[in-house]
Ligand binder design. Structure first.
Ligand SMILES: [Zn+2]
Length: 132
């Protein structure tokens, strides 16, 4: 879809910190992370909402596997999944690592400043955990 930032990321017209890719789905780090390792999993085809994605079960199974890799890479105490569908109108699952004492209930505006070097490094570490 034209003018969709996530479609442009899938088409590599906008760069991203890639952490997962298969024939249907693409995973990458959120550039406005709530924690180190905060990632997005999107369908490569444009769908408005997560529940519009035809292979819904496989979509969430992929999110679960990605979450396990992220947890291993970041040593997170748990992982939060979030699907809201605002801001970018292309289906996406937020996969957010949580840590002890990181603020309790998720504050959706508490973006962390993480340097490009750290982003690159955690993307590499997540990718190297591959358990797919
Ligand atoms: Zn799109």
């Amino acid at each position: 879809m034209e003018d969709c930032v996530f479609c442009k990321i899938v088409a590599k017209k906008i760069p991203s910190y890639s952490i997962y890719e298969d024939d249907s789905f693409y995973g990458f780090l959120d550039i406005r992370p709530l924690n180190l390792g905060h990632s997005l999993l999107i369908p490569k085809r444009h769908f408005r909402f997560v529940y519009d994605v035809p292979d819904f079960g496989r979509y969430f199974e992929t999110a679960r596997k990605m979450a396990k890799n992220i947890q291993k890479a970041t040593d997170a105490s748990s992982i939060n999944f979030l699907t809201v569908g605002e801001e970018v109108h292309h289906a996406h699952i937020w996969i957010i690592p949580r840590f002890e004492n990181d603020g309790g209930v998720l504050d959706l505006k508490n973006f962390k400043k993480i340097s490009p070097e750290e982003m690159k490094s955690i993307a590499t570490t997540i990718t190297s955990q591959i358990s797919f």
